[in-house]
Design a protein around this ligand. Sequence first.
Ligand code: NAI
Ligand code: MG
Length: 392
Amino acid sequence: MSRTIVTMPGDGIGKVVLPEAIRVLDAVGFEAEYVEADIGWEFWQKEGNALPQRTLDLLAKHPIALFGAITSKPKDQAAGELDPALKDKGFVYYSPIVGLRQHFDLDLCIRPCQSFEGNPLNFIRRTVEGFEEPKVDVVIFRQNTEGLYAGVEWTDPPAHVKDALNTHPKFKRFYDVPGEDLAVSTRIFTRHYTNRIVKKAFEYADKFGYSSVTICEKPNVIRETSGMMREEGKKIAKEYPDIALKSTNIDAQMMWLTKNPEDYGVIVAGNMFGDIVSDGFAGLVGGLGFACSANIGERCAIFEPTHGSAPKYAGYETSIVNPTAMILSACMMLDHLGEKERAGRIREAVATVLKEGKVRSYDMMKMSGSPDVISRGAATTTQITDAIIEKL
Ligand code: NAI
Ligand code: MG
């Protein structure tokens, strides 16, 4: 059966890695029609909108998409790069990927961090005898639409907001701070979405055989929001007697993840802590070149590498960036579509290439990125994909 997949290469190396993932999907025999959608800096500059309505319409019709990366810049810099005809017309830059998550209510962000044997970037730990390399197999479930990133914030909050906040006894000491010296960012959790992320985490653990789900928040201090997630965890855990419920604080978790990463399976967190802990674990398994992710809602799902557009490598005549994060994101799309066998074959091919260690990106060879890494033995983007395809 053929499907339509929307592709959004976006900016910079997004344009490089996305076509590589499609080559791999073709090679594994996945049949689909790909429709490219406009997103990113070019459309901000030309149209004053990095996420044009036609892209939203296309996704509403074909709700499965691969996304590369976009370039975001601070508001004033963005305004300065607008087409002169559009300047001072009230256009404001918003990150299109954040826009997509909100528009399509992509509330579940899933970020697997799994070490592949033979990857020289894997985390190693010192022991009395020498070194050991713990196997990391963690999947982070990050709430993607609420919390500290929901955007409900002010500098110099309006008087009625201040008055409302002042009904809380702990706000008293902030009340007389001059407006321009007072910034407030809210952290809103709703039970519906908190329950959903925790529930999906347990379902995932159950389906893929993980023995624990860890709620990683800070309920001892952030009692209401973190507390709600912990409560939902306790409730849902009762339905899964074979899966251990653990609870960690985000700060302690960042320390433990390098001490005993093998003790964690599925981890659930709110938006910001999920962002932090997933970058932490990604660092143990090779970093941005390997970090894949899925943004999933009830009616739409978008799969993307965690990395950005890496502008400094975008203009290379021969690309040196690692396409693996994008390829593994495409595997997550296959999983989502029920194409487990094909996803498994791709992961096995990636694993074999890493284990053999003959084809390695510059960062895997401890080089800093520059065009001459190729002459010093680093593989090009295309060579890495070719090696994976050969194993298929
Ligand atoms: P970045 O992820 O683009 O790059 C950081 C560094 O990581 C790069 O300089 C490079 O050394 C390395 N790197 C990234 N991807 C790699 C790959 N596939 N293979 C090998 N090395 C890789 O983050 P940065 O530099 O902070 O941001 C650049 C632009 O990307 C900004 O405009 C930012 O707003 C945007 N961005 C977009 C994201 C998205 O599209 N979801 C996520 C993060 C940043
Ligand atoms: Mg991040």
